[in-house]
Design a protein around this ligand. Structure first.
Ligand code: IPE
Ligand code: MG
Length: 228
């Protein structure tokens, strides 16, 4: 979800207003995902690297996050959405942690869209974290070196239980991945749009999915093999 700051600037506003407007985009896209029957949606809300932004902006983002969780949880629950979070959650402010835990708990039994918030998250962070945990398991004789394979590594990632994404959408006109789900996007279709996140709505998501549907996913095989 990129482009909040630029949207604000374009409209002669402080950056924080871009983040505020971005919450409306989240609402629309979550709604649209539910309507389309999408099963999993992961939102990259705050990266490990975002901690390096000016303190006022980080504080404003944390405040907005708490506000969004408080305001939206009932609605998510009504729409059968279940919430989950990935990232270094212990590094988040206590107010975020408690509200998030409450929302996750409240929506845990829901069977519709699984909404995943990536918070204080980066792909390299989670791989380092998984490596530490695998090292512990080895040291404590819980696993054997020969059992370390791709499946086992996936089990030590916070995304365990979530399928690899089919489609990754980046808004804001930059063509990069910025440390998002590095392990999981090995065969993900990438979709980039110039639209800034605060302007993004469910109709844009529908368009991205339509584009996705035209693609041939070969997973290393030949076109001929796929068509059989
Ligand atoms: C994305 O918008 C929001 C977060 C990273 C939290 P940006 O804040 O990165 O907006 P730009 O890239 O400066 O326009
Ligand atoms: Mg940005």
């Amino acid at each position: 979800m990129d482009g909040n700051g630029r949207w604000a600037e374009k409209n002669g506003l402080e950056r924080v207003f871009g983040h505020k407007e971005g919450v409306s985009s989240v609402r629309s896209v979550v709604e649209g995902a539910g309507e389309m029957g999408i099963e999993y949606l992961t939102l990259y809300a705050f990266s490990t690297e975002n901690w390096n932004r000016p303190k006022e902006e980080v504080d404003a983002l944390m405040g907005l996050l708490v506000q969004a969780i408080v305001n939206e949880t009932d609605n998510l629950d009504k729409n059968n959405v279940s919430l989950r979070a990935i990232g270094d959650l212990a590094s988040m402010p206590p107010e975020v942690q408690s509200n998030l835990a409450g929302a996750i708990d409240k929506t845990a039994e829901n069977t519709g869209l699984r909404l995943v918030l990536a918070l204080s998250y980066s792909g390299r962070w989670e791989l380092a974290e998984a490596t530490r945990r695998i090292a512990d398991a080895l040291k404590n004789d819980k696993i054997d070196k020969s059992s370390i394979n791709e499946e086992l590594i996936a089990k030590y990632l916070p995304t365990f239980g979530l399928p690899d994404p089919d489609l990754l959408i980046r808004t804001g006109g930059d063509f990069r991945v910025s440390n998002f789900l590095l392990w999981q996007i090995a065969y993900t279709e990438l979709y980039f749009t110039h639209k800034l996140w605060p302007e993004y709505r469910k109709e844009d998501l529908f368009e991205a999915v339509k584009d996705f549907q035209k693609r041939e996913r070969r997973f290393g095989k030949t076109s001929e093999q796929i068509r059989i």
